[in-house]
Design a protein around this ligand. Structure first.
Ligand SMILES: [Zn+2]
Length: 226
């Protein structure tokens, strides 16, 4: 008979038990990350075809096929919910997606599909690549994506901010709610002509500060192209 010599945890010295604790917590975090990754990828894969059909019906558009869906391993400190990666035409989920309600997952998927649509639209119309490091370009793109998210889910326009304040891309309210508020009248007039105008006339700082003037010009251009 062999004798197993087990060393109970409480017999460990302080250094060993600290190391054991760290190893245990790392394994738990690792396991949670893997589980969350698999779950969020699965939820996104399930939602994308359904949302493509809903957007086509509600927004009266035709999507350019399907985006690729890629899984990515993430750490739990990553606060991304979902993202569209134009370089590889792929939608990817982030860790927090797993923990969101079904309606919030759908809104996020609709938003990313808006980025997918506007990027494919840009390519089809031979519009030069958009520099997303330019915050006003980012503002226009987030507005288009926000339009897909809001309209498909019947979400209200609640923005009451003041565009005289400089655009701060770290300000979620300005970047997301503000950009939807900005593009809404333009895309309401005609979604495809509106996207075409926005992508060809990326707003400047001056346009941001004089949004009504930009919207008026955009609407005139849309009406003239009817
Ligand atoms: Zn976005």
């Amino acid at each position: 008979m062999t004798t197993e010599i087990k060393r109970p945890i409480h017999k460990m010295g302080p250094i060993q038990s600290t190391l054991f604790g760290i190893a245990f917590l790392t394994m738990c975090a690792f396991g949670t990350s893997i589980t969350a990754t698999l779950l969020s990828d699965w939820k996104m894969e399930k939602a994308i075809p359904v949302e493509i059909k809903r957007e086509e019906k509600i927004l009266k558009i035709t999507h350019y096929g399907n985006p690729r869906i890629i899984g990515r391993f993430f750490d739990l400190s990553d606060n991304t919910v979902a993202a569209y990666i134009p370089e590889i035409n792929a939608v990817t989920s982030g860790p927090l997606l797993t923990f969101m309600s079904d309606s919030k997952i759908i809104e996020s998927v609709d938003h990313e599909l808006g980025h997918f649509y506007s990027e494919q639209f840009r390519i089809k119309h031979n519009i030069p690549k958009i520099n997303t490091k330019n915050k006003y370009a980012r503002f226009a793109l987030e507005g288009i994506a926000g339009y897909f998210e809001h309209k498909t889910n019947n979400l209200p326009d609640t923005y009451t901010g003041n565009s005289q304040n400089l655009l701060d891309v770290n300000n979620i309210y300005q970047l997301y709610d503000g950009s939807y508020h900005f593009v809404k009248p333009i895309l309401d007039a005609d979604i495809n002509k509106g996207i075409l105008y926005l992508l060809k006339n990326i707003p400047t700082e001056n346009d941001y500060k004089n949004q009504e003037q930009y919207q008026k010009k955009a609407l005139e251009s849309i009406v003239n192209k009817q």
